[in-house]
Structure formats: structure tokens, C-alpha cells
Ligand binder design. Structure first.
Ligand code: GRF
Length: 223
């Protein structure tokens, strides 16, 4: 069992849950490697032993564990194992980053207000999958991504931060996905930093921001 005192004092300990390539994990690893970043990745967990993101964690010298859901009799046993590993590592904020298993109400309640997710749309628009094609089909002029606290309903919960990107004439789901993913890599570290600095308070269904923040003005598309 890891000691809670391990790591850098004063830094918020993150657990990052992944299932695949882990590019958002990489963005968090890069951000947290800065000495003045107020959080550090204490543990990376994958529900698949071959998740590419596990290698990214190991390359960064961060503890990484596969907890394959298939090795457990049922979802409660799988989620208990993940929770035990996270708590042993002293994790205080769990970040879902392309974690492709639906979490039970038990897990969501256990980590309530200590569990965040990044979703590739401007929620509450386009929860679920195929968000980029659905944005194109809907003809929206802006699309983007959202970091939110997790509640039991899929892709719901208090919004911490969002990034908007323009939808351009001629976009395909792939070109749009690339633009959104680049925004995700900026947004997730920003949201974690705000939480780690104590600038995010959950108030019912909303997250309220405090402290110095900058926000650009109106953006038109087409300009
Ligand atoms: C991202 O688009 C994220 O928004 C979604 O799953 C994808 C994960 O990508 N939840 P990666 O594994 O972080 O590269």
C-alpha cells in the first residue's frame, strides 16, 4: 500500500482512468511535470492490459496498473478493485480520460465531486458517442469539448470548463475530431488546475468558478 504522504506535499493527487491511446493522459502528464503545477498524477489505471496510455505513464515515471474488467466476476468487484488501488495511491481526484466502461451509481456516488470526465462536445449538446458526426449533421457552427463532474446519467454533471472550436465548411468527422482533440489537450489541464487551486465549487447542478479568470469575448462563425 502506498503511503498517503508520498509525492509532493500540497499537490492534488490525481488518478487517471483510461482505456486506449491516452492522448489526454499525455496532456495531463505534460502539464503536471511542471514544478509549479498544483496537481500530480499519482496513478494511471486502465481496464485493458494493452491500453497504449499505460506506456505513456510508465515513460513519464508514473505508476500504471491494468485492472482488466474481464478479470472480475462483476462490475461491483471491478469497481471495488479500482477504488482500492486509487485510495491506496492517495488519489483525491479521479480523471476519466477516454475510459470506455460505464460506471455504476455506487462508484459515481463514492467519488462524488471527486470524479471528472472530458467529453468531446459542448454539453449538454451531443452526450454519448459519434459526437463529431452528430455535430456536422446538426449543422452547428461551433463544437468543442467539456470537462464536467460526473453524475450517474451518461455525460451529465456540473460543468467545470469548455472549449469551443469552429465547424468549418468542408469539415469531416475526422478533421473536426482533430480540432476538438487539440482543444481537449488544452482544456483538461486547465480544468484540473482550477480544481487543484480551489477555484471550483459544486453548487447543486452547477460548478461555480472563483478567483482570477480570463475569458475572451464574442467569437463569430463565420466571422
Ligand atoms: C477523447 O476524445 C475524450 O474526449 C473521450 O475519449 C477520447 C479519448 O482520447 N472521452 P484519448 O485516449 O485521450 O486520446
Amino acid at each position: 500500500m502506498a503511503l498517503l504522504t508520498e509525492g509532493t506535499p500540497g499537490k492534488l493527487k490525481l488518478g487517471v482512468l483510461i482505456s486506449g491511446r491516452g492522448s489526454n493522459l499525455q496532456a495531463l502528464l505534460d502539464a503536471t511535470s511542471a514544478p509549479d503545477f498544483p496537481a500530480e498524477v499519482a496513478l494511471v489505471l486502465a481496464n485493458k492490459a494493452d491500453a497504449a496510455g499505460l506506456e505513456r505513464a510508465r515513460a513519464a515515471g508514473v505508476p500504471a496498473l491494468a485492472i482488466p474488467h474481464k478479470d472480475y466476476a462483476d462490475k461491483p468487484a471491478f469497481e471495488q478493485a479500482m477504488t482500492q488501488a486509487l485510495e491506496d495511491a492517495g488519489v483525491r481526484l479521479v480523471c476519466l480520460a477516454g475510459f470506455m466502461r460505464l460506471l455504476s451509481p455506487w462508484f459515481v456516488d463514492h467519488w462524488r465531486d471527486r470524479l471528472i470526465n472530458i467529453h468531446p462536445s459542448l454539453l449538454p449538446a451531443f452526450p454519448g458517442i459519434d459526437t463529431h458526426q452528430r455535430a456536422l449533421d446538426a449543422g452547428v457552427r461551433f463544437h468543442g469539448c467539456t470537462v464536467h463532474y460526473v453524475r450517474s446519467a451518461v455525460d451529465s454533471g456540473p460543468i467545470v470548463a469548455q472549449a469551443a472550436v469552429p465547424v468549418r465548411a468542408g469539415d469531416t468527422a475526422d478533421t473536426l475530431a482533430d480540432r476538438v482533440l487539440a482543444a481537449e489537450h488544452q482544456l483538461y489541464p486547465l480544468a484540473v488546475r482550477l480544481i487543484a487551486q480551489g477555484q471550483v465549487m459544486v453548487d447543486g447542478d452547477r460548478a461555480v468558478l472563483a478567483g482570477p479568470l480570463t475569458t475572451p469575448g464574442t467569437v463569430l462563425n463565420p466571422a
